[in-house]
Design a protein. Structure first.
Ligand SMILES: *Cc1c(COP(=O)(O)O)cnc(C)c1O
Length: 449
């Protein structure tokens, strides 16, 4: 089988996610035959360094021997069982360990099978918890400008990336949007902390005026990933937590992308020392192996639903593959690696290597900013670095970086004109340097002419 043969078969029967399929008249599909560590290999032996962790899911490399072994063992015992009325060891142990490692006060795990569904669960649970307490007026959610929480209609409603949302607007829930603390937009000379604090005043005003109709505020802690890797200061989360307490509003932390070490701590909320009322996790939860998601919440929320059956207060939400044993086993093996290998400590070195390797781009005439939070580093390409004037989106300059990288053995998939690294944690400093060179050449190519 060659790449070309497989692409032809693919394009006659598949419809790919997040893709204008007509692009594939000139942009080749790349069929992958195998993966090992940070490397993906196609059917002609070309190798690609997976700098974006296959859409932010992979933590410890492809075909990781420890996760593979755990899955093989689980396969011999139990592939799946329903989670209503039944249970199994992997889901019990995983729940115990998640309660242990998540911020204090989160004591209950509710499972789903993808990130968007976890967001739906958190939204419904928040609304329903208030309802069960007799607060019928709380029907709205507050979201941040430029936020992303998934693609199903509820999750899309609380998201704010125009590209994904605009078309479906007539179908979506009405939400309240607060300006983002995104520090790319700060004034010259203003610190991240000052800007995030200043932006919090808008949020404070919304909560003060409208708390009676608000169920929850939903945020992506520290990094708005799909919103072009925009970042903000933890002080925003600190203030948000105390305002939510003051005004009687839930706080939903969507750590689907930033959880499991991406920001430098196991969970981003730790950097603000806060506990949300709902913590949504997916993506890295299974090390990038299998679809699984979880909402970890407080016993005080759980208690709002706990009553005699006839009172009809139960949370009657389910997905067929909720808490799948294979997914849970992959998650347990992933947590074992965090335990055994001092991953968070080693990532400090890798994060520094990413910073050093890209430092030369700081003065590039078409780079407005290089920003970094832990293991996420982003390079903002612009037409004019002093005014931050962007390139017209129609020019698709990020796509040129993507194509250049593929020809040079790397999978970089810029978000618009933002080139970013979010690699598996098994990447080496040498590989980081190679990646930075590919990115630099790609950026040079994409910004000339
Ligand atoms: C990816 C993502 C989601 C959606 O997860 P899916 O598994 O793709 O549905 C939600 N929130 C954030 C912050 C994400 O990055």
């Amino acid at each position: 089988m060659s790449n070309a043969e497989l692409s032809k078969r693919d394009l006659s029967v598949l419809w790919h996610p997040c893709t204008q399929m007509k692009d594939h008249e000139w942009l080749p599909i790349i069929p992958i035959r195998s993966g090992k560590g940070v490397w993906l290999e196609d059917f002609e032996g070309n190798r690609y360094l997976d700098a974006i962790s296959s859409w932010w899911v992979n933590l410890f490399g492809h075909a990781n021997p420890r996760i593979n072994a755990a899955l093989v063992q689980q396969l011999e015992k139990l592939e799946h069982v329903l989670l209503a009325g039944f249970s199994h060891e992997p889901v019990i142990e995983l729940s115990e360990r998640l309660v242990e490692i998540t911020p204090p006060g989160l004591d209950r795990c509710f499972y789903a099978d993808n990130g968007s569904s976890a967001v739906e669960v958190a939204l419904k649970m928040s609304f329903h918890a208030w309802l069960n307490q007799g607060k019928t007026g709380k029907t709205k959610f507050v979201t941040l400008e430029n936020s992303y929480h998934g693609e199903t209609l509820g999750a899309l409603s609380v998201g704010n990336v125009e590209l994904y949302r605009k078309t479906y607007k007539p179908l979506l829930l009405e939400t309240i949007t607060a300006p983002s603390p995104d520090c790319y937009l700060r004034e010259a000379g203003e610190s991240w902390r000052e800007y995030s604090l200043r932006q919090f005043e808008h949020m404070e005003k919304i909560l003060r005026r409208q708390a009676d109709e608000i169920c929850a505020v939903i945020v992506e802690p520290l990094v708005q990933c799909a919103g072009n890797m925009r970042m903000y200061h933890p002080v925003y989360l600190e203030r948000l937590r105390s305002a939510c307490d003051r005004y009687g509003v839930h706080l939903i932390a969507d750590e689907i992308a930033v959880g499991f070490g991406r920001t430098g701590t196991l969970f981003a909320c730790e950097q603000a020392g806060i506990t949300p009322d709902f913590l949504c996790l997916s993506k890295g939860l299974t090390g990038g192996y299998l679809p699984l998601s979880v909402v970890v919440t407080r016993n005080s929320i759980y208690d709002c639903f706990y009553d005699d059956y006839e009172n009809l207060t139960a949370f009657l939400h389910s997905h067929s593959y909720t808490g799948n044993p294979l997914g849970c086993q992959a998650a347990l093996a992933t947590l074992d690696i965090f335990n055994d290998d001092d991953v968070i400590g080693n990532n400090v070195t890798l994060a520094r290597a990413m910073q050093t390797a890209t430092a030369e781009l700081a003065d590039h005439p078409h780079v407005a900013e290089i920003r970094q939070t832990g293991m996420i580093l982003a390079i903002e390409m612009v037409r004019d670095r002093t005014t931050h004037e962007p390139w017209p989106w129609q020019e698709r300059r990020g796509l040129k970086v993507y194509q250049h990288a593929l020809q040079h053995g790397a999978l970089l998939r810029p978000l618009g004109n933002v080139v970013y690294f979010m690699p598996p944690y098994v990447i080496t400093p040498d590989e980081i340097r190679t990646l930075a060179e590919v990115a630099r050449d790609g950026i040079n190519l994409a910004t000339t002419g």
